[in-house]
Design a protein around this ligand. Structure first.
Ligand code: ZN
Ligand code: ZN
Length: 95
C-alpha cells in the first residue's frame, strides 16, 4: 500500500476500518463507498484527478433545450438515482 492509499481524499479519514466498504473509481482511485457516492451526487468527477464519469446530460446550446432542462429538474433526483445505480456497476468493490 503506497502513500496515496492511506486515506480517503474526501473525508481524510483512513481506510482501515473493517466495517467500511471501499469503492474504486474507473481511474483506480479508492474512496469510502459512502463518501464517493455522496460526492458523485454533486459532481460526476473523481475528487483527486477529475476523471469524468459518463453522464446522461446533453449540452444545452439553445433556448428550447434550456427550457426542457428546467422541466427536467423535477425529475432530477429520480434520474440521479438511476445514474448512481449505473455508477454503482462501474465502481469496483474493494474489501
Ligand atoms: Zn471517506
Ligand atoms: Zn481519480
Amino acid at each position: 500500500m503506497d502513500g496515496s492509499d492511506c486515506c480517503c481524499a474526501i473525508c481524510l479519514h483512513d481506510m482501515e476500518a473493517d466495517d467500511v466498504k471501499l469503492r474504486a473509481m474507473p481511474c483506480s482511485h479508492i474512496f469510502h463507498q459512502n463518501c464517493i457516492f455522496k460526492w458523485l451526487r454533486r459532481s460526476a468527477t473523481c475528487p483527486l484527478c477529475r476523471h469524468q464519469l459518463p453522464t446522461e446530460e446533453a449540452a444545452a446550446d439553445d433556448e428550447e433545450e434550456v427550457q426542457q432542462q428546467l422541466q427536467r429538474i423535477r425529475f432530477e433526483s429520480e434520474r440521479l438515482d438511476r445514474w448512481i445505480n449505473l455508477v454503482d456497476e462501474l465502481l469496483q468493490t474493494r474489501s
